[in-house]
Design a protein. Structure first.
Length: 255
């Protein structure tokens, strides 16, 4: 019984100063570590959200392009809308993390910003492609008598859409050539075959713009319209691109 009482009194002995100090330090260190971990997780949360939405934006953008190539314009538009939503969410969280990442990794932050702008122009470019496709189809249906549309308004809309295509394509070229991009994307976009396709596409768009201008002039003319078409043979090289060997005059009369 006496032995138990002695043990009980030993447990209630006051702690010395060194023990109190060490205990306090351990407690403060634990609190400090907890605060650091909490702040780190809190700062990583917007980074993870941005990365998720950014990845979804790029993936859905490419998926929309593939669906358009398969001639499923309705599904392509729907997928592009989702991509644009993810693009907006990614932009919001990117603005949140810039104050965190810019001082630590300024170069990477700038490269990601350039890639974000590239995706922005790519989304606008696809939107203009789909608009041009739909408007051109409406115009064709009207020409063959399967619809009753306002031709001048459709042609004006097609013209605006083609201008938007050229503008976004030029912005994509500028970002590809003059800006640093992350994840090795710049190297892939500067592939000679890809750059050649862009140049061919721009030439086709300029030709399309000229054709729409001609169609607008034709649709506005009430009196007979004469058009001179000259054909060059590219196999017989000349300074202008080929030997002029054929000329055709077309007379259009509005009945």
């Amino acid at each position: 019984m006496l032995h138990k009482i002695k043990n009980k009194h030993k447990k209630n002995l006051p702690l010395d100063d060194d023990t109190v100090i060490q205990t306090t330090k351990r407690g403060l260190n634990s609190i400090f570590k907890s605060v650091i971990i909490t702040l780190s997780l809190f700062s990583l949360f917007p980074v993870l959200l941005f990365g998720t939405f950014f990845s979804l934006n790029a993936n859905f953008l490419y998926r929309s392009y593939q669906e358009f190539r398969q001639s499923d314009i309705t599904k392509a538009r729907s997928t592009l809308k989702l991509s644009n939503k993810f693009h907006q969410y990614a932009g919001f969280w990117f603005k949140v993390i810039i104050p965190i990442t810019a001082p630590i990794i300024p170069t990477t932050t700038k490269e990601i910003n350039n890639f974000y702008l590239l995706l922005d122009h790519a989304g606008d470019f696809l939107t203009s492609v789909y608009d041009s496709y739909s408007l051109s189809n409406r115009y064709y249906q009207d020409l063959i008598g399967k619809s009753d549309s306002n031709n001048p308004q459709i042609l004006n809309a097609i013209n605006l859409s083609l201008d938007s295509l050229l503008d976004n394509l030029s912005q994509i070229q500028l970002l590809t050539n003059q800006s640093k991009l992350p994840f090795g994307i710049k190297t892939r976009l500067q592939d000679p075959a890809f750059l050649s396709q862009i140049q061919v596409l721009k030439k086709q768009l300029y030709s399309g713009t000229s054709l729409v201008d001609l169609l607008q002039k034709i649709s506005q003319k009430k009196e007979p319209l004469k058009i001179l078409v000259m054909v060059q043979d590219e196999n017989e090289l000349r300074g202008s691109g080929g030997f002029l060997n054929t000329a055709i005059q077309i007379t259009l009369i509005d009945n």
